[in-house]
Design a protein around this ligand. Structure first.
Ligand code: ZN
Length: 112
């Protein structure tokens, strides 16, 4: 049990890990975002495999006071950038390959 404190509105004793005062409904704190390993895996997967949707998580986590949450946000942005870079590079490689085939067809050197 964490050490109890008092609600700023009704002065009833409350636990520091409570989000709302059960007596008056006063919001005691903004619920922090989860930084669990599972949550991180979800965020990183979305960031890498479904760009740019990971940025939604990234900015939400970057706005947190918690240092760990902010680091998660930064990693999420880095993964999104890496992913977009990978997509651009593979598209470029495909286009290079494709234009080579087209060129060889034009010059009659295409072997098939
Ligand atoms: Zn209260």
């Amino acid at each position: 049990m964490e050490v109890g404190t008092a609600c700023t509105v009704c002065k009833q004793p409350i636990q520091v890990n409570w989000n709302f005062c059960p007596n008056c409904g006063n919001i005691l704190r903004v619920k922090p975002l989860s930084t669990s390993v599972l949550r991180q895996l979800v965020i990183y997967s979305v960031s890498f495999f479904l760009p740019p949707f990971g940025l939604g998580y990234a900015f939400k986590y970057l706005r947190q006071d918690d240092r760990k949450a902010r680091i998660i946000g930064i990693i999420s942005i880095i993964l999104t950038i890496l992913s977009i870079y990978a997509i651009i590079m593979s598209f470029k490689m495909f286009m290079d390959y494709y234009s080579k085939i087209l060129k060889s067809i034009d010059t009659g050197s295409y072997p098939y």
